[in-house]
Ligand binder design. Sequence first.
Ligand code: NAD
Ligand code: K
Ligand code: MN
Length: 390
Amino acid sequence: RKSLTVGLIPADGIGREVIPSAKDAIIAVKVRAAGTQIHRPPCWMGNIHADGICPSPRYCPVGPTVFHKFRVFHAALYRTLKEECDCALFGSVSSPSRKVAGYSSPIVALRKELDLYANIRPVFSVAGTGAEAPRTRPADLIVVRENTECLVRIHTRHCFSVQQTRLYSTLKRRTSSKPKKEKEARATRLITERASSRIGKIAFELAKARPRKLLTIIHKSNVLSVTDGLFRESVRAVPALSNGKFDDVTIEEQLVDSAVYRLFREPEIFDVMVAPNLYGDIISDAAAALVGSLGVIPSINAGDDFVMGEPVHGSAPDIAGKGIANPVASIRSAALMLRHLGYASPADKIDKAVNDTLAPAKLLTPDLGGTASTTEVTEHIMGLIKEQYK
Ligand code: NAD
Ligand code: K
Ligand code: MN
């Protein structure tokens, strides 16, 4: 393809406020297809809709509030992304406050449907930004989170969630009282060798490319010996199956609970961390505290055929609509996605502009202790990207 087609799925909450900033960043770096020639700016699909594509610019309606109206939405969205886009940017989607029958989270469904099995989440401090929590040491690590299994609802196709089937079991009748009903909820945890070894391979590749070449496997196989044991063994088996390619990578292990403890005490001991889905989610949100805010942590959801950039944070209902959401996580997600697609130089320019905005300029949104708005930070970053083309 001559141009890069990026599907835009801001979804709701602050997703709508920060995904436009990520879009601006990609436009600003003039992605060059095939390395040399500048083609027309990426073509945008900011308006994916239940029926395909809307002609007018509007946000993609995903989420519980529109679910009833757009029941077929997911299927149409996958088709559009698979057939017409090279990659996508996802914002954030709010979970329904009450149970909505038949609803499943679009982000979870997209990860599964497009087989985006690796959730890659770099967390690093930028010195002198104020974007570090007090008394923590600098962090520079990548959380690699398995993205397709772990806690699953077995019987629903496009779904990954804790199964909250309420099973009412009638207790034995006691002497005179009525039968008592007791609530019970169950979740099934699925770990497969296939998913664990492919996420393991991605983690080894990432570790190999970094100066310290250290991979820490996160698990809890002292208790969950069957499931986490399989995860651990499958990741450990990767080097033996890779013809010596990863011989220079050091492998360590850490139980998930003590890993979180050590992450806060001495973040510098970690380089690349690979974890099953739920642990990876929790660890990366926790690691965000080390660099000041969830609002700066980017991610990509990567598969063999598709990649989707996504800020690690959620829809942040407490600040949505106020114009103060930090756009950095989304802008960095755009850069990470471009890097994954082989556009290293545009990605470098975006990252430099972001870091220079955080550090020397100290233009910070309130989550980092500043007073700047989403628009002010975005415009400053865009200005610094454009300067690099002069
Ligand atoms: P959250 O990430 O939305 O917010 C946690 C805290 O961090 C809030 O105080 C919020 O204001 C702050 N924050 C997050 N991003 C920020 C940003 N860019 N700038 C400034 N501050 C930011 O987590 P939550 O409150 O647990 O979840 C809110 C909703 O988002 C829930 O409905 C949840 O299900 C959903 N969620 C969605 C995704 C996703 O779309 N992938 C991920 C996580 C949570
Ligand atoms: K998100
Ligand atoms: Mn999370």
